[in-house]
Design a protein around this ligand. Sequence first.
Ligand SMILES: Cc1cc2nc3c(=O)[nH]c(=O)nc-3n(C[C@H](O)[C@H](O)[C@H](O)COP(=O)(O)OP(=O)(O)OC[C@H]3O[C@@H](n4cnc5c(N)ncnc54)[C@H](O)[C@@H]3O)c2cc1C
Length: 461
Amino acid sequence: MSRGNARSDRAELEADVIVVGSGAAGLMAAVEAADAGASVIVLESEPQTGGSTRLSGAYVALCETALQPGSKAEFLEDLLHSHHDDCQEDLSRLYVEEAPATWRRLDELGVHFVRTFQFAHMRKPWAHELSGEKMGGGAEIVTRLEEAAARLGVRILTSTKAMRLTTKDGRVTGILAERDGADVTFAARRGVILATGGFTRNDAMIRNFGRPGADRMLPLTGQGSRGDGLVMGMALGAGISYMTAGVAPTSPSDPATGKGVMVLYAGAIALNLSGNRFCRESDLYIDTCWAALAQKDGAFVQVYDHAMRTAYADTMMGKVLTGFEEIAAPTLGELAAKLAPHGFDEAGVLASVARYNDGVAKGADPDFGRTNLVGTSGERRPVAAGPFYAALCKAGTTHFNGGLTVDTGMRVRDVFGDPIPGLYAAGETTGGFHGAGYMSGTFVGMALIFGRVAGRQAAIG
Ligand SMILES: Cc1cc2nc3c(=O)[nH]c(=O)nc-3n(C[C@H](O)[C@H](O)[C@H](O)COP(=O)(O)OP(=O)(O)OC[C@H]3O[C@@H](n4cnc5c(N)ncnc54)[C@H](O)[C@@H]3O)c2cc1C
């Protein structure tokens, strides 16, 4: 690397706070740290900012907002329930405590939610949704946070991959990174924040921490989801939390295009190769995907009609989980015939659709007890108004739960429970908040909320 003028190079390579990763967690941390008066550099390994956040629908679960006045106490109860009452509870309490202020902060930064949505495990529609008019929800959050970061003088360096944490006398002092094929050291006067996202694209970690079969999940995540922050933290003795419980499939995915498919929540039904239903499609997608992994070849198809397709396209899910291949036919008979060459039992498909439609007409689902479109919300529809469609699917994943052990100041704790001085983490790199379960909208939510806390803490060192 050309060093040029030593003094100006040195200024470029030092900051009060170095943030690793430019998803929701990293950008939010950078904005808060800069707002608190710290100089901040963000390192991003990929050519584009945003990581998984940019690809996401960015449903954000919050309480006590202008759109969802439900109380912190109610929200906490739902949250702990969705975590199967098995999580690092102080982090769940922190999330809830910080949720209303985070909504106000996002509003100030130009992130304006327009409606709410009720997923499974929610007694109220806690998930806040952006309009999706100009771009997907996650892309909008990244855009607004980048604008705020620019206003505050934060420098964001893309194509700069953090490789190792540097330390002196047990304190984290910076990052050794790779940029333009050369090693560059970034010195952090007050702290380093690891916000490198999850490890859904790290096969070795999935094999080590996931249950058998977990390596069959198709990642829908950002290319940088390699678990780099986790590895860098672990190399310094950081503790890890809920790694195995956290490796779960979270979205049906088209194996041909790698795109997510969630027409189920608009009314589609899921059929295995025998043409049989195998799950309650309105359940949390994690449960649907685990059930799918237990089917022959892990293969299934979502079958839906024109009205469902239109309704899906109108949702944020339909805006970001799109681009998958569809098989189309004017009648159900022709659709089933087109599925046969893909290994699906034609007669089985037709019989299952007829049985499901009959159940909808009678207000019953004797097989799986589906009563709604999603969770306990939305009215079921029959697969009845042609043209008809099918999307071939396997279980994919959008995030994992487990990660570095942190306290409520987002300080990374070592394997003995002591903080590692100078080291913070936020977002999907952390573990413990979700523990063994998950509520939709709390991953972008966690990235934003914990990112705020990490930024504020690192700024004061
Ligand atoms: C299709 C899809 C839909 C989703 N929908 C939702 C939703 O609606 N609601 C919800 O709550 N969650 C959703 N999720 C999950 C959610 O988007 C993520 O968990 C969350 O955005 C993670 O934010 P993050 O900032 O921790 O990580 P990311 O957004 O992944 O950002 C991490 C960044 O760090 C970078 N990085 C990695 N390693 C290095 C390194 N060594 N050096 C420098 N940079 C590095 C990455 O390239 C990346 O840009 C969805 C995910 C996907 C993929």
